[in-house]
Design a protein around this ligand. Structure first.
Ligand code: C2E
Ligand code: MG
Ligand code: MG
Ligand code: MG
Length: 278
């Protein structure tokens, strides 16, 4: 009986894994067509300057609306795209769409803001990245100073010289660089010192407790001070309540990105916000 049960369990487990593999393959096939079918779109989350209360930038966040599966998160899309050759066309589409959108707001007469775009590690590895970005800026007419590239610490799996070289190339064309999710992964302060960065984004995990927990406050404060001492502007990610905002304000954090102010929104909603702040 027990043996039978064990065997059933094994069978169950194995079909389950097979199911998962099939599901991944199916999803990959769908993703191949998602771009041409226009199922991908971008939401933009405002970044609010703590001094002025103004929206000075937005981060572009990828979304996939599948007709049957519904809305799919970038936490699913990006790893899937990275496993295939899809990360390059998708990454390029995101960059171009975000730059074109930012230029469109400017053409409507809005005060210019910064557009932050996430770049994954394998996108960063692409030897054509810099000419790709240059081409996009040319095609869309966006000035490079209104584009910021966000890299994560997982980019650190690449060779340090290669990273520095790429980042310098991007800076040379006038694009700014942010380090995203700072403090979560392989954080080497030695690397932080060597990378030509403009901005540090403190991860939500340190922001979460910053409204009430002393240890989290100590860490958050240290990260903000570290960033500022290195001449970087500091963004707090995932800010959800007023206590966090007031702590971040007294700790001289520069910018806030979080549901407390705005969730990721569509382009029309951003247009309204920009219109209202004149
Ligand atoms: P990220 O770059 O760290 O982006 C911030 C994430 O935190 C977003 O999740 C955003 O919706 C969420 N967030 C912002 N404020 C709050 C808050 O107050 N509370 C909570 N609970 N969450 C908040 P999202 O849009 O699901 O994106 C997840 C991750 O997927 C991003 O993390 C980024 O690493 C990646 N990603 C998104 N779009 C792209 C893209 O176009 N290319 C690449 N390579 N990665 C992307
Ligand atoms: Mg980001
Ligand atoms: Mg982040
Ligand atoms: Mg994150």
């Amino acid at each position: 009986k027990a043996k039978e049960k064990g065997r059933n369990q094994y069978l169950f487990c194995s079909t389950d894994m097979k199911g998962e593999v099939n599901r991944q393959n199916q999803l990959t096939n769908y993703l191949y067509r998602a771009l041409e079918k226009g199922e991908l779109f971008i939401n933009y989350q405002p970044q609010v300057c703590l001094n002025t209360g103004k929206v000075t930038g937005v981060e572009s966040l990828l979304r996939w609306q599948h007709p049957e599966l519904g809305l799919i998160s970038p936490a699913v899309i990006i790893p899937l795209a990275e496993k295939t050759s899809l990360i390059n066309p998708i990454g390029e589409w995101v960059l171009e769409t975000a730059c074109r959108q930012n230029k469109a707001w400017q053409d409507m007469g809005m005060e210019p803001i910064l557009m932050a775009v996430n770049i994954s590690a394998s996108q960063f590895k692409n030897p054509n990245l810099i000419s790709q970005v240059e081409g996009i800026l040319q095609r869309t007419g966006l000035k490079p100073k209104y584009l910021e590239v966000e890299i994560t610490e997982s980019t650190a799996i690449l060779e340090l010289n290669e990273i520095i070289c790429k980042l310098k190339g991007l800076k040379e064309i006038g694009v700014s660089i942010a380090i995203d999710d700072f403090g979560t992964e392989y954080s080497s302060l030695g690397r932080l010192k060597m990378l030509p960065l403009d901005r540090l984004k403190m991860d939500k995990q340190f922001v979460d407790g910053a409204g009430h927990n002393h240890k989290d406050q100590a860490i958050a404060k240290a990260i903000i001070q570290l960033g500022k001492s290195l001449g970087l502007s500091v963004v707090a990610e995932g800010v959800e309540d007023e206590n966090q905002v007031s702590f971040l304000k007294t700790s001289h954090c520069d910018l806030i990105q979080g549901y407390y102010y705005y969730k990721p929104l569509d382009a029309a909603a951003i247009e309204e916000i920009l219109k209202q702040q004149g």
